[in-house]
Design a protein around this ligand. Structure first.
Ligand code: PEP
Length: 263
C-alpha cells in the first residue's frame, strides 16, 4: 500500500440541486460506473449529500449499489430531539432515518444563513450526541488570504469546535478545508498551498486530540477530474468535498478513482 494510511473520503455536495428525476438519473449512472470500474470500499469512502427531501429516495437507491455509498445530510437543526420547531430536522430524526453523516460549517451556511460559532457548535454537539459523523467545513475568504490571515482564521475555526467535542468524539469528525474563494469559482488552491494548509490543520488537530494524526482532512473548492490526481497525491489531503463536479456521475467517479488510487 502506498500513499496515506488514512482511507480517503470523496463526498459530493449537491447543494440545492437537482430536481428528483435528475437526482435519480445521477445516482443510477454513478451506480453503473461503480459496477463497470470498481472503487474498492477499503480504498475510498464515498458519500453524496442530496437536498433534504431527497435523502430517503437517494438512500433507497444506493442500497443496491455494488459498494457502500453513504447518504449525507447537508444540514441539521441546532435544536435537539423532537418538538414544535417548524421546518427543522434534528440529528435524532436523521439518525432515525439511518442517515449517519452531516455537513456542518459550510461557508454558504456561515455566510448566507449567518450561522455563527454558537449555532454551529449546537449543531455539532447534537449531531455527535446522536451518533452522527460530522463533516466540519472550514476555510478563509479571499480577503483573509490576501491579508495573510488564512492560517489563523482556519485554525480558529478548528479550535472553535473544541468547546463542544468530547475526547472520544473527535473520531467522528472529518474536516473539510474549503477556501471560500475556490468554491464554485473554478479556481483551485494549488496543491502546494492546499497541502500547506492541511499540514497546519493536522498540527492544530494533533494539539487538540490524540486522534489528530488519523483524522481525514478533505479539500474542497472546484475539485474536478483535471486537478484531482495532483490534489490526491498530497500527503495531508485525505479526500475531497466536491460541489459542481459531483452533479456529473462520470466526473465524480473519476475524482473518487483518483483518491482511491493513492491507496
Ligand atoms: C462545495 O460547495 O463544497 C464545493 C467545494 O463546491 P465546488 O466543488 O463547486 O467548488
Amino acid at each position: 500500500m502506498s500513499g496515506s494510511a488514512i482511507t480517503p473520503w470523496v463526498i459530493g455536495n449537491w447543494k440545492m440541486n437537482p430536481v428528483q428525476a435528475e437526482a435519480q438519473q445521477l445516482v443510477s449512472e454513478f451506480k453503473t460506473l461503480l459496477e463497470q470500474q470498481a472503487i474498492d470500499a477499503a480504498q475510498c469512502h464515498l458519500g453524496v449529500a442530496p437536498v433534504a427531501i431527497a435523502l430517503g429516495s437517494v438512500q433507497e437507491q444506493l442500497k443496491t449499489a455494488v459498494r457502500p455509498v453513504y447518504t449525507v445530510a447537508q444540514d441539521v437543526s441546532r435544536i435537539a430531539g423532537l418538538g414544535a420547531y417548524t421546518g427543522e430536522v434534528s440529528a435524532e430524526l436523521l439518525k432515525d432515518s439511518q442517515i449517519g453523516f452531516v455537513l456542518v460549517g459550510h461557508s454558504e451556511r456561515r455566510e448566507i444563513f449567518a450561522e455563527n460559532v454558537q449555532i454551529l457548535n449546537a449543531k455539532i454537539q447534537n449531531a455527535l450526541a446522536a451518533g452522527l459523523t460530522v463533516i466540519y467545513c472550514v476555510g478563509e475568504s479571499l480577503q483573509q488570504r490576501e491579508s495573510g490571515q488564512a492560517e489563523q482564521v482556519v485554525l480558529q475555526q478548528i479550535c472553535d469546535i473544541a468547546a463542544v467535542v468530547e475526547a472520544e468524539q473527535w473520531q467522528n469528525i472529518v474536516i473539510a478545508y474549503e477556501p471560500i474563494w475556490a468554491i464554485g469559482t473554478g479556481k483551485t488552491a494549488s496543491p502546494e498551498d492546499a497541502q500547506a494548509m492541511h499540514a497546519k490543520i493536522r498540527e492544530g488537530l494533533t494539539q487538540l486530540t490524540s486522534y489528530g494524526p488519523q483524522m481525514a482532512i478533505l479539500y474542497g473548492g472546484s475539485v474536478k477530474p483535471e486537478n484531482a490526481v495532483e490534489l490526491a497525491a498530497c500527503p495531508d489531503i485525505n479526500g475531497a468535498l466536491v460541489g459542481g463536479a459531483s452533479l456529473n456521475a462520470a466526473s465524480f467517479h473519476q475524482i473518487a478513482q483518483a483518491f482511491a488510487n493513492t491507496q
